[in-house]
Each structure stands twice: as C-alpha cells, then as structure tokens.
Design a protein around this ligand. Structure first.
Ligand SMILES: Nc1nc2c(ncn2[C@@H]2O[C@H](COP(=O)(O)OP(=O)(O)OP(=O)(O)O)[C@@H](O)[C@H]2O)c(=O)[nH]1
Ligand SMILES: [Mg+2]
Length: 313
C-alpha cells in the first residue's frame, strides 16, 4: 500500500486528497485499500445531498451554501455528479467553469466525478468520495447529483439531509413524485423563483405532499430560492440546520451512521457474491447457452435460473 499517499492525506494535503479520490473513482485495488484505511476517520461531517433535475441550479445553490457555511467557520467538501453526460465529461468541465473561485478558498474542496461506468458504479464511488471528504476533516460535505434512480437512493443513504431542488421548467410536482424524488427529500427547494410558474409549483407540491400517508415527525419545508442572486439561501441554511437539529434530537443522526455502515457492508457482500457467482464454474457461458434454450422454448426463464443456482460438484 502506498503509505506515503496516505500520510500526505492525513496531513491535510489536498493533492493527496485528489489522488485518493481518483483511485476510488477508478475502482482500483489501491483505492479500495485507501478507502478501508480512511474509513474510521469519517463520520464527523454533516452531509447534505442536493439533488434534482438537470440545470435546476444545484451547482449555483451549492456554491451559495458553501459560502454561507464557510462564513460560520467550518470547512466544506463538495462532490458533484452528472451522470447524463458520460462521454463528453460535461459535468467535469461544466461544474468547474460554473464554480469559479472555489479553489481560491482553501476551506472549500470541490470535486466533479467523471461519469463513466454504470449508474451503480457511479453511485458507489460517490458515496465513497463523500466518506473520503468526510475523513479528510471537512465539517460539511455537499453531494450534488441529478436525481436518477440508484444515485439518489445512494445520496439519501450517505447524506444526513437531502434537499430536492425543483424549478418551474422541470415540469410539475407529479413528475417529481414519479421520479421518486419526493421520497428522498428532507427539504424542498423551489429554485428560479424569478421565473414564471414558481408559485404554481409550490402549490402543486404542497398538495402532493399533503396526499402522502406515511408522514413522519419531520415536515419537509418548502424553500423558495433564486440561487443566482442568493435570495432565499439564508432560509435554506436555516432549514438545513433545523433538519440537523431534528436528527440530533431524535437520535437519528447516530442511527444514520449505523445504518450507512450496515448497508455498506451488505452492499460489498452483494457485489462480491454476484461477481464471484458469474465467474465461477463457467456460469457466464452457461447463461448464454440457457438463453438460447429459453428462446427455443426448451426451458422457462425460471427453470434456467434454477439450473444456474443448483450446486454442482
Ligand atoms: N433565472 C435563474 N437562473 C438560475 C437560477 N439559479 C441558477 N440559474 C441558472 O441556471 C443555469 C444552470 O445552473 P446550475 O447551477 O449549473 O444548475 P445545475 O442544476 O447544477 O445543472 P447540472 O449540474 O448541469 O444539472 C445556470 O445558467 C444558472 O445561472 C435562478 O434562481 N434563476
Ligand atoms: Mg451542476
């Protein structure tokens, strides 16, 4: 193991942090070793997920929030993922261009994830990078992602508070509900309040929320913002603080970490078993053969699965 890299990381060297993240992103063996070595240091940061449709103003909001949190003295780590532009690396350039001046503040570390690979792989790497930013000692970690399936579930898993950002342009609240965004939200942000339709969206969202049956003790606040001018960002910070206090007061903050660790272990076992299963005993080839068998009507899909699962000596 490259202990020199680890030492530099532990000394607070941002170049070392960048290299560790790259290894984790690439899924290298060293990345896994480094992650394991650092994991014990994570668990101190307050983690906030910012998720929503493309172009909703997430990065602009994160920049405003990061500055607000910096004013209170803490350091901020940011990881941003844009899984919609895997080839062009749009997120990489886009977010760097849109977040100028960030690197000038040594108290803010910002990283855009390269978005090659499967959604599951991106989700895994994002969660691990959040842990690494936490282990580095950042007081607050923001995770910016586009709300799509596996990624938002992972964001909810690794973040204490999830803010779902919606905009008048992104369609109605029902769309958001279908996309599963309502389930992961602790706070709703209606951004681009300067655009027409913002009030309608707030109304629709209130209605959609009132129809839900599984109401907990926390009522998700709806915050209206204009990220480009910073309007409403103060209220958003207050809403995040309130949710954090709620988690602390109910013991959910400590519970969050326990659940995250448990899920992490289970996921690693799942992944390893799955990978091992297909590699063993030529099962991948057998799958091809069984596929043909199903197509010829010789065996049902379930029958084929049963054959694959049957232990053989
Ligand atoms: N009018 C208006 N424009 C905004 C507001 N917030 C952000 N924008 C603009 O919307 C565009 C997208 O903003 P980003 O912050 O990059 O949005 P994003 O959600 O991070 O985008 P992706 O990461 O590409 O999904 C930029 O041109 C912003 O200047 C707002 O409150 N009002
Ligand atoms: Mg962005």
């Amino acid at each position: 193991m490259e202990s020199e890299l680890l030492e530099r990381f532990l000394r607070g060297d941002r170049m070392a942090l960048a290299r560790v993240i790259t290894h984790i992103e690439d899924g290298t063996a060293l990345g896994a070793e480094l992650y394991d070595a650092l994991f014990g240091r994570a668990g101190r940061a307050y983690r906030v997920g910012i998720t929503g449709p493309p172009g909703a103003g997430k990065s602009t909001l994160v920049r405003e929030l990061a500055q607000a949190f910096r004013k209170r003295g803490g350091t901020v780590g940011i990881v941003a993922v844009d899984p919609t532009s895997p080839i062009t690396g749009g997120a990489l350039l886009g977010d760097r261009v849109r977040m100028p001046g960030f690197v000038a503040d040594p108290g803010i570390y910002m990283r855009s994830m390269a978005t090659r690979g499967s959604l599951g792989g991106i989700a895994r790497a994002t969660g691990e990078v959040a842990d690494v930013l936490d282990a580095f000692g950042h007081d607050t970690v923001f995770v910016e992602t586009i709300g799509v399936g596996q990624i938002e579930v992972e964001v909810a898993r690794v973040c204490h508070t999830v803010a779902v950002v919606l905009v008048p342009e992104s369609g109605d609240a029902i769309q958001a509900m279908k996309a599963g965004l309502l389930e992961v939200a602790d706070v709703f942000v209606i951004n681009k309040a300067d655009r027409p339709g913002a009030d309608t969206l707030v109304g629709e969202l209130r209605e959609a929320l009132s129809l839900r049956t599984n109401q907990g003790t926390w009522r998700e606040p709806l915050i209206t913002t204009e990220a480009t001018t910073g309007k409403g960002v103060g209220e958003l910070v207050e809403a995040l603080d309130a949710h954090r206090r709620h988690l602390e007061g109910t013991g959910l903050l400590a519970e969050h970490r326990r659940r995250a660790v448990r899920d992490k272990i289970a996921t690693l076992v799942d992944e390893s078993m799955r990978a091992g299963f297909w590699k063993e005993d030529g099962r991948e080839g057998e799958l091809d053969g069984l596929t043909e068998g199903v197509l010829r009507g010789e065996v049902s899909p379930r029958g084929a699965a049963r054959r694959l699962l049957t232990k053989r000596g």
